[in-house]
Design a protein around this ligand. Structure first.
Ligand SMILES: [Zn+2]
Length: 276
């Protein structure tokens, strides 16, 4: 189910986030644009930083005609990072007979796995409350295995943010979003909470509901794919940054100004050398 935020700013941001997540490690090629999953540094992959190992697996009786494994290793060019990203793709070899002979080609990977980093979760600062960081990390860890469950956890994480950061607690997420929207419209929402982010949270509520309340109608199966779950994860990252980190940076700056002012006032009050 695609996310369709009304506001174009957030829609553009989410689109670009999706585009970056689609370039996962198993699609990375020499000379392609690639974003390191550890440090988010965008780079062009050079020959000495990528290595593919291809092997035909010599096993008999498999459902796959000839199982074929490709392992791709990429090293980040950012000097501060230099981490190794490792992925594996399993496909099969197809043999096609033509008038000029037989052609063997490798199918697109039927299955692929990111082996390193173990999770796509980015380290989050201490100014984000621990239960929210834990939900975020869990949503990242199960994204590929169960995108639906991942979306449900993200929904809970966003509800936790509304309760903690915005101080709204009403029991149902739909009512909490309604109240937050009213605060934004009246200009009384906490600093950093924008109209478009409330819209985006409302979309996540709809998607997360599928996982949370599916048991009410077992015939309704609406899938959330890993790319869609990833979009929700990245919305959470964006809000951690726009809400918690921005507030923390602002508080730190104001504290520094306060400290400088206090220091100057003290220096002014202290008797100068030579004075009685
Ligand atoms: Zn990196």
């Amino acid at each position: 189910m695609p996310v369709k935020p009304k506001n174009s700013v957030i829609a553009e941001r989410l689109e670009s986030l999706l585009a970056s997540t689609k370039r996962s490690a198993h699609n990375v090629k020499l000379g392609s644009n690639w974003t390191c999953p550890y440090c988010r540094h965008a780079q062009v992959v050079s020959a000495e930083r990528i290595h593919d190992v291809d092997s035909e697996l010599e096993v008999h009786g498999s459902r796959l005609t000839t199982p074929y494994l490709r392992v791709t290793a990429v090293v980040c060019a950012n000097d501060q990072c230099r981490e190794l990203t490792l992925s594996a793709g399993l496909s099969s070899i197809v043999v096609a007979k033509t008038p000029v002979g037989t052609h063997r080609h490798v199918r697109r990977p039927g299955k692929s796995w990111t082996l390193l980093p173990p999770s796509t979760a980015k380290p989050q600062p201490d100014c984000v409350p621990e239960p929210l960081r834990a939900d975020y990390a869990e949503a990242c860890a199960i994204r590929d295995l169960s995108p639906k469950a991942s979306a449900t956890i993200i929904r809970r994480c966003l509800q936790g943010m509304i309760r903690d950061f915005c101080g709204i607690k009403k029991g149902r997420l739909i009512d909490e979003i309604k109240e937050l929207r009213a605060l934004v419209e009246a200009g009384n929402a906490p600093r950093g909470v924008q109209h478009d982010s409330v819209d985006a949270i409302d979309h996540v509520r709809g998607i997360g509901n599928i996982g949370a309340h599916m048991e009410k109608d077992i015939n309704t199966i609406i899938d959330v794919d890993p790319d869609e779950a990833q979009r929700l994860i990245e919305l959470t990252e964006m809000l951690f940054e726009e809400w918690y980190e921005a507030r923390h940076r602002r508080e730190q700056r104001l504290q520094q100004i306060g400290a400088i002012a206090a220091e100057k006032a003290q220096a002014k009050a202290a008797p100068k050398a030579g004075e009685p």
